[in-house]
Design a protein around this ligand. Sequence first.
Ligand SMILES: CC(C)(COP(=O)(O)OP(=O)(O)OC[C@H]1O[C@@H](n2cnc3c(N)ncnc32)[C@H](O)[C@@H]1OP(=O)(O)O)[C@@H](O)C(=O)NCCC(=O)NCCS
Length: 234
Amino acid sequence: MSVGPCICRKTTLGESICMSKQIPLVIWGASGHALVVADIVRLQKSYEIIGFLDNMNPHRHGTEFCGARILGGDEQLERLLGEGINHILLGFGDCRARMELTSYLETKGFNLPTAIHPHAVVARDVILGAGTVVAAGAVINPGTRIGKSVIINTAASVDHECSIADAAHICPGVRLAGCIRVGRATQIGVGAIVIEKITIGSESVVGAGTIIVRDVPDRVVVYGNPPGIAVKQI
Ligand SMILES: CC(C)(COP(=O)(O)OP(=O)(O)OC[C@H]1O[C@@H](n2cnc3c(N)ncnc32)[C@H](O)[C@@H]1OP(=O)(O)O)[C@@H](O)C(=O)NCCC(=O)NCCS
């Protein structure tokens, strides 16, 4: 197994010394969101992406993707563990799948690191769960707790004292005011706005551009703007 380049720093005498090796990591997913995750991982410099997994498109196995190879599907997991590669990130948007696979991977013995873009702003006391991805331009304010394998996507803002449960996806440009609760595996669509102290249930979808001014129950799709919010059970 090839391990990536050393992370080096200069000593006070000007010598370059090796601090550590990059940790090999696999990204599960090989489409648009995987590109974003891979970019963040490479900017963080702590991990070397040794490949991608793609269960959906077997014809892509063995092909190049984003500077590495698509190694195969989930049949590769045992081999990876056997080779000591036990760091993995989920690089796809399907919230329910991220929720289920997070516990599956942890049970198997994988570690899911966090991936935080260097141009994201995350307050010092924010708690981020394993496998959570924070994209460029996102802002997460103090007192907020974020679960496992959550996506806080490009330029989304999550204000003070919010609680975002496992595998939720806060899409690009979303604005969450303070003290909002978002349930597990819920997607808040691009550019949606949620006023303060709202609770949004689990496994729900908030449509792009929707303005949420009332609580949203579990397992519904909510879209359109007040007063004509449409709700349908999923
Ligand atoms: C809300 C949403 C889930 C509905 O999807 P859907 O059930 O497939 O709905 P349809 O596309 O069949 O649209 C149904 C109707 O709702 C309207 N509609 C769909 N999404 C809407 C939205 N966000 N706001 C207002 N109206 C919307 C459609 O124009 C259509 O209207 P019509 O019946 O008059 O033609 C989807 O449109 C959406 O907004 N998804 C979020 C996408 C997103 O943010 N992706 C982020 C990727 S990072």
